[in-house]
Design a binder for this molecule. Sequence first.
Ligand code: ADP
Ligand code: MG
Ligand code: ZN
Length: 480
Amino acid sequence: MNQIKYETVIGLEVHSELSTKTKAFCSCTTEFGGEVNTHCCPVCTGMPGTLPVLNKKVVEYAIKMGLATNCAITKSGKQDRKNYFYPDLPKAYQISQFDLPLCTQGHVIIHTPEGKKRIGITRIHIEEDAGKLLHDVLPEKSLVDYNRCGVPLIEIVSEPDLRSADEAKLFLEELKSILECLEVSDCKMQEGSLRCDVNVSVRPVGQVEFNTRTEMKNINSFSAACRAIEYEAQRQIRIREEGGTVVQQTLRWNDEKGESVTMRSKEEAHDYRYFPEPDLVPIVVSDEQIKAIRNTIPELPSAKRERYMSDYGLGEYEAGLICLSKDMSRFFEGCAALGANPKSVSNWLLGDISRMLNEKNLQAGDIHIKPEDMAAFLKLIESGVISNTAGKKVMEEMFETGKTPQVIVKEQGLEQVSDTSVLDGIVKEVIAANPKSVEDYKRGKTNALGYLVGQAMRASKGKANPQMLGGMIQEILSGM
Ligand code: ADP
Ligand code: MG
Ligand code: ZN
């Protein structure tokens, strides 16, 4: 039988809470958390007779994101009611945008191992968030917290241009870095500020038309999105291989179990009875407003990446990783401005520092090392005051305590020993203790030298200058 090769087709709908001070249609705070039902008022809890007024920052932030992702801005738009019943939605409708989204037809570029790839943005529209159901406070009863009701969101809808979980992750990371760069969302995934719906279909390689897709709702981490995509693609391939049909439906991804479960058959737009929101005036945006917003856009991650490659000589991959995080690139540039070697900064940042951040579940914003301490630290290594091995210890301590490298080196006695009389003793001891390696070396096994240097480094507790040790050992051996 012919083995069919399949390709995965993915389109994402990304929801990002905007970091405005107040909600979309009232003056309640958008602050996360708080005592339940304290960040709400008659407007955002849908009391009869109340009227919404659109927060103009919401429009500004959404347009900013639209411009940064190369979208066209709708100059004469409106908002619509999307009607559905759910206990976390007190009005029984969500104010959203249907046929006239604020931004359309944009794109972003992602950097895949195969090179650059353009991912289309179908639309970006504004809408409001819903409340939160609390199922485990009281036994057999559910409670509802309306604090999130009316918090403004943008929904960014991609074209079905993504072809793998890895590409989807790169796209999400790119969007997150742009949102952070523009300061329009805090993107705190653990607080639900950034979440996505994942649409997946599979088709035989070479087939032009798309097959039926399924949609998985409300995924709130990039890694969960990847797992959901991979699981769903495999499930659909299996159905097709067995001669079945993939049914268009909405699924819920259960990340703990690593499987998707059916929520409902696919809803259509008409199920929501969309109609123009009668309580709000149309959204009219002038060219001047667009221009003024465009002027507030800082250097975007993509431009920054190019600059890091040309000005600092970083590779595309390193530059890309640093530019994904605003805090990381700020730290990097702070160090480079002080004359620190950019490649060394990049190596420590993406190596030991990133490892420690990961281990402790921290973000780049939690790096408490001052750029001047980082620059001083690199100088200590470059000038041979401390070895690279001791450097790792110093870095760990700097990361943990925020102490200066000079203080750490002094406190822990980590200065590299370059005093030949001290090194001489160590070298002689090591040579005497390892006659076999000495023999090997003499028989031409040059890597025996590395072993002896390693032993000597160990004897010095990592403090000896390895270059000097190497030279001294070699000299003694060649005279033997
Ligand atoms: P809806 O509003 O019903 O969810 P849209 O047309 O807005 O439908 O599409 C939603 C998402 O689904 C978009 O991100 C789009 O790229 C993606 N999508 C559409 N068709 C497919 C397909 N066949 N396979 C995978 N993704 C798809
Ligand atoms: Mg959808
Ligand atoms: Zn309110």
